[in-house]
Ligand binder design. Sequence first.
Ligand SMILES: [Zn+2]
Ligand SMILES: [Zn+2]
Length: 348
Amino acid sequence: MQVTGTRQREAWLAREFPPVEELAGGIWSVPVPIPDNPLRYVLTYLIEHRSGFLMVDPGWNHPDSWTALTTGLETAQIPLSAVTAVVITHVHPDHHGLSRAVQEQSGAWIGMHEREDAWLGGLQAEPSAVRAGLAQYMRLSGAPPEHLAALTARQPSGGPGRGMARADRTLVHGDLIDVPGLTVRAIWTPGHSPGHLCFHLPERGLLLTGDHVLPRITPNISVYDLESSPLDDYLDSLAALRGIGPDEVLPAHEYRFTDLDARLDALAEHHQERLDEVSQALGGAPDGLSAWQVALRVSWSRPWEQLGPFQHQAALGEVSAHLRHLERHGQARRTEADGTARWHRRSD
Ligand SMILES: [Zn+2]
Ligand SMILES: [Zn+2]
């Protein structure tokens, strides 16, 4: 993998904010800050077409983020009214938080995968049901009662679905985005979220990967409901990008890079190592373990006690996704008692 967003990478290393950049062929990269978040910014892309601009991922819902987006557009000399369409890789608040504001100011239509729109609809209609579902899932994962309130209380987006517009047009795999004189194809890549999309510009040799493929970090893969296997989805979605061979990858965080297939290999390898680690933890526990107990036994970027509630929640989701993958592939089984699932290595 080779970094092509060298100014972005230098800024990343210097802990500075990267510049607004014009890429080849009327494409702009505008960094939009995510306040108090180690990811620091989302890269919003503006892509010129025959009658205006397509915007991808407008960014986090915060006054500072809005200011950065609008001043970035001024730098690029793109009036908001020239944005005719906004497409979203996925509805996480760092990508989709400003969509309603952009829609109101520009009149652009909003497009996203039908599963993201459905999820957002549920979140906005019944936030308390979503929180209750999360609490049930945390209990199922074996989170100790004293952690439950903190795990389910935090709303990092400032409120469920705040600022997030529903889809004017829902998209599915293979759809061509409706912009004149430009081919932009949606590639469905579930895993990080159930309706995550990448956007391919074959004539330009570019692939926008959202959070699905990032150059440095591995995206969080968490369970999205009580039965699916998001890690299976994610690994299939990595495989789905193999062979596209774009000249350059435009991710939603960090910096641009090339040699996509090498990065796909590294991400798949990371999850294989993680699966081995989770399987080993189960192997050392003849009576089985809850997902919480597995999380205490595998390695994290910092000691478990130093992680906050939101990171605990993400970590628990990540462990559960790996446990379900092992289950689906006959390497683990689960039993359930008193509302908590216990996981056992299949060979035991
Ligand atoms: Zn995300
Ligand atoms: Zn993100």
